[in-house]
Design a protein around this ligand. Structure first.
Ligand SMILES: [Mn+2]
Length: 313
């Protein structure tokens, strides 16, 4: 496994904390302000140089920039121009040594929570979701239309991903519910994921195995890892407690998933890909800044992940 952490593209304490914890590789979020031109190789090189000079090697981009992806998911009039920019981005990522893009196909609502301050062990705070508390707006899209938009996108970009050696790693829907309000969700079961990544047969199309999403789908995790072994390109190391209609995040050692046995399953299947910790609690003396991404919980999670990896390998 290649240990990464999730970084914004401006040097902040998360970079130094990760480096101090022994993380040398990055899963990076590209800048979203208008001064960053997604078409510019120079701008991308500047971002990567900045990481490199701090001692971090970026390997994964997550997510596919929303200013492109929202049009692609909805299939609106800016879809084709957005796909063109993305194809150019694939070429540029190859130039700077980034190998993997984590993308999702959740339209309109991204990863969705109904609360951001549930108590977890010792009074730490976590995010949670309860379908009863979810308030939908009036946007709607149907399952068929979203599947059509998904395959339209994948067909357009896969030849370039293959040509430039970039792996597209599909993240499942979070939460994996069949719909939110009138917005269809399509990547909510192992069967659906298999349809998404095997209908078009390409070695460059696979998945981000976000463990907790697969758990909340009701899938057996070890079984899912075995069935997707050739397609797991990136791992979100994440734990959770509950069911898909009502759940909360947890410390990595305090949820429903046995994290050590899941790690053994990856190793048994020969999966050796970038991994990062995902969705951590906010702890004492911290304010909730980016829910799920505060520093102390991340330190704990990285240490816990490193301990499991060291004990197995
Ligand atoms: Mn995830």
């Amino acid at each position: 496994m290649i240990l990464t952490d999730y970084f914004y593209s401006t040097h902040d304490a998360t970079w130094d904390i990760a480096l101090q914890c022994g993380v040398k590789h990055g899963t990076i979020r590209l800048p979203e302000d208008d001064s960053f031109d997604l078409s510019s190789l120079t701008h991308l090189k500047d971002v990567v140089e900045n990481f490199n000079s701090a001692g971090i090697t970026p390997l994964v981009v997550e997510p596919l920039p929303n200013k492109l992806h929202d049009h692609i998911k909805k299939g609106d009039s800016l879809r084709d121009s957005s796909i063109e920019i993305f194809i150019n981005l694939i070429k540029n990522l190859k130039e700077v040594g980034i190998t993997t893009i984590c993308f999702n196909f959740m339209a309109h609502y991204g990863w969705t929570r109904t609360t951001f301050n549930l108590p977890e062990r010792g009074g730490a705070k976590v995010t949670g979701f309860d379908l009863h508390d979810f308030k939908a707006d009036d946007y709607s899209i149907a399952h068929k239309e979203l599947w059509d938009n998904y395959f339209y996108f994948v067909k357009a970009v896969i030849p370039y991903a293959e040509q430039y050696g970039i792996r597209l790693a599909l993240h499942p829907d979070d939460p994996p519910l069949g719909s939110l309000g009138n917005v269809a969700r399509i990547l909510t079961s192992l069967d659906a994921i298999n349809r998404a990544v095997r209908t078009i047969d390409s070695p460059n199309l696979g998945v981000t195995f976000c463990q907790a999403c697969y758990y909340l789908m009701g899938e057996n995790l070890e079984d899912a890892i075995t069935k997707l072994a050739d397609k797991i390109f990136f791992i979100h190391f994440r734990n959770v407690r509950g069911k898909k209609t009502c759940f909360q995040e947890t410390f990595h050692d305090n949820g429903d998933i046995n994290m050590a046995s899941i790690m053994k399953a990856y190793i048994r299947e020969g999966i050796d890909v970038p991994i990062r910790v995902d969705h951590v609690p906010t702890m004492a003396n911290e304010k909730i800044t980016v829910p799920g991404y505060d520093a102390f919980g991340r330190m704990f999670a990285i240490g816990y992940l490193k301990g499991i990896l060291d004990s197995i390998s």
